[in-house]
Every structure is written in C-alpha cells, then in structure tokens.
Ligand binder design. Structure first.
Ligand code: DLL
Length: 435
C-alpha cells in the first residue's frame, strides 16, 4: 500500500480549535521574542505593549508591524531569538532590492518547515511511490532545500537536481521517471518548451508540478498544464518566514491553504495599516507562532492578496489565500496608471501568445514609454508580415482594454528573450536609472 504524509488532525482541525491553538502559540511566541530579542522589545515598548497585553489572537492588532527595513537594520544577528549554538542553518534573500536578509533556523525550525512542504507535496498526491524532481535552486535560496526536505519527509524519492542545465533536467526526468516537478512557473514553461522541441513528451511521466516563488496567472497555469500534460499547483512562501510551504494548493486549485498552526495571516490596508475583513484585497501580513530562531511578528510582506475561509472540498480547514497578484513594489506606475505585470501576462496568453515576454519602461521627453516584447511561436514567425502586423495591433487593443493605456507591442523572433531558470525578470524599468 502506498503511504502518504498527511496530518488530518491538524489540517482539518475545526476552526474554533485552530484559533485556540493559534492563541496559545501566539502568547508563547510573543513572550519568546520579548525575552530574547532586544530589538523587538524596544519596538513593543515604543508602542506601549508588553506580553501581558497579548492574551490571544484577538490582541494581535496591538503588536507593531515589522518590515523588511527592520530586518535590514537588524542585519545580521539583531532579530535572532535563539543562541547561535542552537542554530543549524541560514537562508538568505537574493538582495536584489537592497541589503540581503538572513533568516536562521534551529533543527526544530527545519523540521516544522519540512512538515509544511511535505503537506504541500501530499496535497498534490505525492507519496512514497513518487519521484520528486526538485529544480528550484539549492543554496541560499529556500526553494531547493525547502521542497527537498518536504519530499524526504513525504517519503518520496528525491532528485536534488537544482536549477539550470536543461538537457540534464530532461535526461533525468525521462531516465528516472520523475512524477512531480518542483520549480518556478517560468522555468516550468521553459522546460515544457524544451521537452516539446526534443520530441520527448511521450517519455515524460510527470503528473503534477508545484510551482511558486513568483507571481503567475491562471492563464500561465493552463498553458503549463496543457504543454506538460500535468496538474500545476501553486505554492507560496518567503525566506523571512522559512521559505516555500507557508501556504500551498490542494486538488481544488482555488487558492492556497495557509499552514495556520504555524502562521497567522492578516490582510491590511497598505496605506493606513488598518486590518481589513476577510475577502478584501490588501497587503498580506504574517505572524509566525512556532519559530525558535527567527520569529517574526506581524511581518509586512508587500504581497497583495485576498483571504477566504470558505469551506474547501478537500476538507482542510486552514484559511486560503488567493494567488498573490504581485507585490506592491512590482506595480508599475506608467503615465499615472497602475500596471501589474500579471495583467499583461493574462492578456498575452489569452491571445494565444507564448509566455515569453518582457516589459520595458523608460522615460523620453518627460513622458513614460511602455514597450512589450513578445516572442512569436515558430508557426507565427513563418506567417506573412501582414498577419504579424495585424496580431500586433490586436494585442495593443486588448492590452489597452485591460490596462487603460497604450503600449507598444513588438513581436520578436522565437528564442530571442532570455529564459529564466529561477525567478523570471519580466520588467526592465529604466526610469530607475534617472531617479
Ligand atoms: O520565493 C520562497 C519560495 C520558494 C516560494 C519556492 C515558493 C516556492 P523569497 O525568495 O524570499 O522566497 O521570495 C518571497 O516571492 O514575498 C512573493 O512576492 C513571491 N512569491 C513566492 N511565492 C509566490 C507565489 C521564495 N506562489 C517572495 N505567487 C514573496 C506569487 C510568490 N508570488
């Protein structure tokens, strides 16, 4: 009998009981932070809050927010809540938007993180008969080692192939019969394209993929599912909170269950900090409640999202978050209009284009310029020029209808846009050079 790693006693716990568990853990986590992290204690004192004020989740709003700036200010050891001798690992963000953030883990932190990732794998059907192909990068990035630990815990055969070397990826996939693929959605799209080109689709045994670490649309999901012949599931997380597995999708594919026995989620108005009711869109804020080395209270993620506690057909009771539509700092303001790259992806894929595109924003004569390079498929590339020009016009019109502003669309030759092996670089905003 195939074995699966599933924790129904936690994952389907009645909501009232779950909230009582969160309250109990929150009280302990706040005390842990107060006792061990002077930086936090100072922040709480400044807001006039002590651990005695936090009796349960109803008091969460009394705590101050923590932001990435706090993490940078306290770099590297300022938020460490456990003795260094008890820590066994660090991970770190890429630091593309400033100084790196380093997160610390005790062995217990790693065990709980592995649990979260094992739950994610189990939710997509993984068990001890599966071969999990981990193409997320290993190293400081959390994707590789996170899913790796989860796959071990779920009893799966794990291929720690890491990112890059697409030929080798496909070779292992066919030779070893990988059944579950873990990587970024943009790399999954690239792998799908490469498998098609090599004509080896029939030799691939994949049945599911766990894709995350960057925003991706429902259209992208459908594209990957069709090209690889699999079910594509979303997974979310961030280094500061452990890594992947903060939330994950079940077979319903309608949002990601947050591992609420480890994290409390709130949605706030990003401008005022006011907590918004369930169902409203705003910034996701997380509080860890079981961490030893690097606990975070009310951490502002900048990810824009909606929460829903609508009952799920899978039986899990943990609250779901919608696909984040991007980070508030991913949002482009072009000629005064708010534009999310995910909106552009939706239009392009609905129009039958490839998922290979790049957005270039610049400023000329004090006006923003807005160009989108989109790769043609091989068939389209062989079409006559008139057809290509007509398609460009059609894309400009559809984008205008979605965004409210005019973009210049350039259909470019197949393979002319660099593929990504990790998180895709979709936007080049040259205006930043002048600011
Ligand atoms: O990206 C952790 C991860 C690895 C998640 C593998 C899923 C799979 P960071 O590099 O710290 O950690 O980046 C965290 O990536 O705040 C979001 O903006 C974005 N992100 C992560 N997952 C998703 C997702 C990892 N499923 C930041 N959808 C987060 C949209 C995501 N955005």
């Amino acid at each position: 009998m195939a074995k699966k790693y599933y924790q129904p006693e936690i994952e389907t716990m009645p909501v009232e009981q779950l909230k009582a568990l969160q309250s109990e853990r929150l009280v302990k986590q706040v005390k842990h932070v107060w006792d061990n992290v002077p930086y936090y204690r100072a922040k709480m004192e400044k807001k006039g809050v002590t651990p005695d004020d936090i009796k349960g989740i109803e008091d969460l709003h009394k705590l101050p927010f923590v932001t990435k700036d706090d993490l940078r200010e306290a770099y590297p050891y300022g938020l460490l809540a456990a003795p260094l001798k008890d820590c066994v690992r660090i991970h770190s963000t890429s630091g593309t938007t400033g100084k790196r953030v380093v997160a610390f883990y005790t062995q217990n932190d790693i065990d709980l993180w592995d649990d979260c990732c094992a739950r994610a794998l189990t939710a997509v059907g993984a068990g001890d008969e599966d071969v999990v192909h981990v193409s997320y990068g290993y190293g400081l990035f959390t994707g590789g080692l996170g899913l790796h630990g989860g796959a071990h815990k779920a009893g799966c055969m794990t291929i720690p192939v890491s990112s890059g070397n697409t030929d080798r990826q496909i070779q292992f996939m066919t030779d070893l019969g990988s059944t579950i693929l873990c990587c970024t959605p943009s790399y999954a799209a690239y792998l799908a394209e490469s498998i098609e080109e090599r004509g080896v689709k029939d030799e691939i045994k994949l049945k599911a993929g766990i894709f995350g670490a960057e925003a991706w649309t429902e259209e992208m999901r459908r594209d990957i599912e069709a090209k690889l012949g699999i079910k594509a599931y979303d997974i979310y997380g961030l280094t500061e909170l452990s890594g992947p597995g903060v939330s994950f999708e079940c077979e319903e594919q309608t949002g990601m269950h947050i591992n609420e026995d480890h994290f409390i989620a709130e949605i706030i108005n990003p401008e005022t900090g006011e907590v918004l009711p369930e169902g409203e869109k705003g910034e996701l804020v997380f509080t860890s409640i079981t961490k030893e080395a690097f606990p975070l209270l009310r951490y502002r993620t900048k990810d824009l999202c909606i929460l829903s506690r609508k009952p799920c057909s899978c039986g899990r009771t943990h609250i779901k978050m919608r696909k984040p539509m991007g980070r508030s700092d991913d949002m482009l303001i072009i000629r005064g209009v708010n534009v999310f790259p995910s909106q552009i992806e939706t239009v392009l894929l609905n129009e039958g284009m490839t998922p290979n595109y790049q957005i270039i924003v610049d400023r000329k004569n004090n006006t923003d310029t807005f160009d989108i390079n989109v790769e043609m498929s091989q068939e389209m590339f062989s079409d006559n020029l008139a057809e290509v020009t007509a398609k460009e016009k059609q894309l400009v019109a559809s984008l205008k209808a979605m965004l409210g502003i005019q973009a210049k669309v350039h259909l470019v030759a197949p393979k002319s846009i660099t593929r990504s092996e990790g998180k895709a670089v979709r936007v080049i905003d040259k205006r930043k050079l002048y600011d």
